[in-house]
Design a binder for this molecule. Structure first.
Ligand SMILES: [Fe+2]
Length: 598
């Protein structure tokens, strides 16, 4: 059977499953170059349809991963062009508050309609949606359906609309190691902002019956919404910069963060019967937070918001353990990107294992839709290097290299060994890596990465000046070889973390060796614990560095220009290399390209 999964929303994507295995997944942002593209993923679908057509396959079912789309977000994709100031007006006086007060937003919507910055090609004719039919689900769904039929070259036999959180849950389930799932009962939790009316669901996977059973759903779990609003109140972009709030949280003083938590956050939500619900949730959440956080310092606000998410989520897991005696957990949805929360949950005494799917935000729903359709016929997600290839035709690598780098600006060297790259890293050089198919998700995992020697703290400043311009408090990540990681990281529960989904403490004696890949303040890491089988060429490169230095790890950050999506094809890689101060680019484990800097 061939399934096409489609996510139409923030993080638009399309995935293709053939006989239970995800063979391809494309993110619209990588193709359109609009970060977190919000809308219909036309070009990602084109890539999946082409993949099926090349193999002379028909698509048995194409499924959208949400039944009732966020009409506002689709018609007005404000995330494409809103500044922080626009967002503050939106939540403050122009839209969110007015809706709560049941005041008209007609004029504001008119203004949005005429906003010239709203110029991205959204593929679908949302002009057909007006005040009289705005809430008509059928119109929205038919726009999507008709477009899909039009672009699918007659390959699709059937089209369905699936439940958002069921897609999330199936994605989480099929990204767990099958050996683990066969032996244990799992609680699967989905935590997000909102999708098909829910923002938290709890499921039990009964390993004996091989069945995923839904226990409850909540529409009142506002962990994501509160965190989003705090992000904005700290003058960062909501739905994008939440990770910066998380990175800021460790700088807070525990006493001050506790104090703010108690005064402002504690009573917003509670957990009852394994479900997150409202407690004394203020009617206008944004105005409440804005007013009550006014007098506190930014780092302590971040610490308090983090504490809030950790307290509520650990209470939820605690109740599930008490009632069902389940010790194994899988988490997905946007909230699961919070690696600091995941770390804390993994440390709870009763938790034997916690599994966090790669990029559990809505981007992964296209895969979730496929897993939902295939159910027990699904094969677990292992390889996530499933996106665009570096070159359209891999056989013509040398002609691409000549086309892009065959001029005076560059020096090209062929047949470069990983040992040579290891030597450059040891000397403190920073290397851009581009190899084969791009990795799915928010994290660079070695195929579109920038790497450096993690024992040299000076590289942090160098990388920031060359390309990244990261906020001063933010850490870089680390890739570490699986068989060596326990000598460096505290992982007594033997947790799997192949996709940078969880934080870990570093053994005190080893901090110095990987300092540039640690959080600058609390010295934790967000690792990609790399198995040879997942990415052999990247593994071999790190091994070469290890042989020279005794350090089985490299600092790893994504290959992109500040504020842009991760580089996808060779054209993007060329653009990033050309428009940054990066000096070295290592392509397909063969070519080393150096900028001809005088
Ligand atoms: Fe979601």
């Amino acid at each position: 059977m061939v399934y096409l999964g489609i996510n139409v929303s923030h993080g638009a994507s399309a995935a293709l499953m053939i006989n239970g295995k995800i063979e391809a997944v494309f993110q619209e942002e990588r193709i359109t170059k609009i970060k977190n593209f919000n809308g219909y993923p036309k070009r990602s679908i084109d890539c999946c349809v082409a993949y099926a057509a090349e193999r002379k396959l028909k698509i048995d079912i194409a499924a959208f991963s949400t039944r009732v789309s966020d009409h506002f977000g689709l018609k007005y994709p404000i995330s494409h062009f809103f500044t922080v100031g626009d967002y503050k007006d939106f939540y403050g006086k122009e839209y969110y508050s007015r809706i709560i007060q049941k005041k008209s937003v007609k004029n504001y919507l008119k203004k949005l309609n005429n906003d010239k910055r709203n110029s991205a090609n959204l593929y679908l004719n949302y002009k057909k949606i007006n005040n009289s039919n705005y809430n008509n689900i059928k119109i929205f769904n038919n726009l999507q359906k008709n477009m899909l039929v039009k672009q699918s070259r007659g390959l699709i036999k059937k089209i369905l609309f699936l439940d958002h959180h069921t897609c999330h849950a199936y994605y989480a389930l099929y990204s767990i190691d099958r050996k683990l799932i066969k032996k244990n009962k799992f609680a699967v939790l989905t935590l997000d902002s909102i999708g098909d009316g829910s923002n938290q669901t709890f499921w039990i996977f009964d390993n004996k019956k091989n069945k995923l059973i839904n226990i409850n759903r909540s529409s009142k779990s506002e962990l994501a919404r509160v965190y989003k609003m705090v992000t904005l109140i700290l003058s960062m972009k909501p739905d994008e910069h939440e990770y910066k709030v998380m990175g800021l949280a460790p700088y807070s003083k525990a006493k001050f963060a506790q104090d703010i938590y108690k005064k402002v956050f504690k009573n917003i939500l509670t957990v009852k019967n394994c479900k997150i619900i409202h407690n004394k949730r203020p009617r206008d959440l944004y105005l409440y937070l804005e007013k009550n956080l006014k007098e506190f310092r930014f780092d302590n606000i971040a610490g308090a918001a983090q504490l809030f998410v950790e307290k509520v989520s650990s209470k939820l897991l605690g109740q599930i353990f008490s009632k069902y005696k389940i010790k194994h957990f899988a988490i997905t949805g946007g909230v699961s990107l919070n690696i600091k929360m995941n770390k804390l949950l993994s440390e709870l005494k009763f938790v034997k294992s916690i599994h966090v799917a790669p990029t559990g935000s809505d981007d992964s729903l296209s895969m979730g839709a496929c897993y939902f359709l295939a159910k027990e016929k699904s094969k677990a997600l292992e390889n996530i290097y499933l996106g665009q290839n570096l070159f359209k035709n891999q056989k013509k690598t040398s002609s691409y290299i000549k086309k892009y780098f065959g001029n005076k600006k560059f020096v090209v060297r062929k047949n470069i060994s990983t040992k040579k790259i290891g030597e450059l890293l040891k000397k403190g050089e920073i290397i851009a890596l581009a190899h084969g198919k791009e990795e799915f998700g928010a994290r660079a995992l070695g195929n579109r990465s920038i790497i450096a020697n993690p024992s040299d703290y000076g590289v942090v400043k160098k990388i920031n000046e060359m390309i990244k311009s990261r906020d001063f408090w933010m850490p870089f990540a680390l890739t570490i070889l699986e068989e060596k990681h326990k000598a460096f990281l505290d992982n007594s529960k033997n947790l799997s973390c192949e996709y940078m989904t969880m934080g870990f403490d570093v053994k005190k004696s080893k901090v110095k060796k990987i300092i540039a890949g640690c959080h600058p303040y609390d010295k934790t890491v967000r690792p990609q614990i790399l198995k040879k089988i997942r990415n052999e060429s990247y593994y071999n490169l790190i091994k070469s560095f290890y042989k020279l230095t005794g350090i089985p790890a490299v600092l790893n950050t994504s290959l992109n220009l500040h504020g842009n999506p991760i580089a996808s094809d060779i054209h993007d890689v060329y653009k990033v290399f050309l428009n940054s101060e990066l000096k070295y680019l290592y392509i397909n484990n063969n070519y080393l390209i150096k900028k001809n800097i005088k």
